[in-house]
Design a protein around this ligand. Structure first.
Ligand code: IPE
Ligand code: IPE
Ligand code: MG
Length: 240
């Protein structure tokens, strides 16, 4: 049984293993990404049911451009299909969608569908669903350093006045609002034990859970197992 009191406020997920899931079944990689979108939809619904306030998913990294053009454009096509077909469901469930990352580099139709979703869900007050797209933790930090540097150059800020809060405000996650906590729990599926450039600053004290299942097989039941694992941990933040 999950404890309501110890429910994480912010869960972040590295949705990994779509390609291997497809390969195991003798299917093309894009079939894995398609199944992955369906799994994502269920996790969005379930997060809302569990009373989680923020869900952040890693959908496409700054390094994923290295993949074949077919795979990259296929992933964005699936994303367009997902946001278009699920917009009504997101609105009905009061979900607010946000994007982390420089999505201006995406294909035009993807930008259009995403912006429609952002606008249509902007005033919703339920679960906040953040999609990391063309996101990289180092890219995010680099952009923050540039923005803070500009303020120093304009004389608005002295270098020694740069606090951790100021840095955090200039990250992509800073645009989500000051009251959004760092993720208490980060889940990465597929058995890989690394962060792959995800939320490098924000993960400082996150609890990490690594389910063995491939992302398309990550069911609400698996999700609850990961949260139960999180709830069994003692968080110390450097104290004792
Ligand atoms: C995660 O699955 C989805 C994206 C990175 C877009 P992968 O495509 O990385 O699947 P594997 O790791 O090759 O199995
Ligand atoms: C991380 O997975 C990125 C996403 C899930 C979007 P990758 O499959 O790209 O990461 P590596 O290459 O295994 O580290
Ligand atoms: Mg992978």
């Amino acid at each position: 049984m999950l404890s309501k009191e110890r429910m994480p406020g912010h869960v972040a997920v590295i949705m990994d293993g779509n390609g291997r899931w497809a390969k195991e079944k003798g299917l093309p990689r894009l079939a894995g990404h398609n199944a992955g979108m369906k799994a994502m939809k269920k996790i969005v619904d379930h997060s809302d049911k569990l009373g989680i306030k923020y869900l952040t998913v890693y959908a496409f990294s700054t390094e994923n451009w290295k993949r074949s053009m077919d795979e990259v454009s296929g992933i964005f096509k699936l994303l367009v299909t997902y946001v278009n077909s699920d917009l009504k469901g997101l609105i009905d469930n009061n979900v607010k969608v946000k994007i982390l990352g420089d999505y201006s580099a995406l294909p035009k139709d993807a930008i259009k569908s995403l912006e429609k979703t952002l606008t249509a869900t902007a005033d919703n007050t339920g679960l906040q669903f953040n999609i990391a797209l063309n996101y990289g933790g180092r890219d995010e930090l680099r952009k923050a350093v540039i923005a803070v540097g500009e303020k120093v150059k304009r004389g608005e800020l002295a270098p020694e006045e740069i606090t951790e809060e100021i840095i955090a405000e200039h990250l992509y996650t800073g645009s989500l609002g000051a009251d959004v906590p760092d993720p208490e729990l980060i889940i990465r599926t597929s058995g890989e034990l690394r962060l792959s450039n995800f939320l490098l600053w924000q993960s400082a004290y996150s609890e990490l859970v690594f389910p063995e299942v491939m992302w398309p097989d990550f069911t609400p039941e698996e999700y609850e197992k990961a949260i139960a694992d999180y709830q069994s941990r003692e968080r110390r933040f450097g104290g004792r």
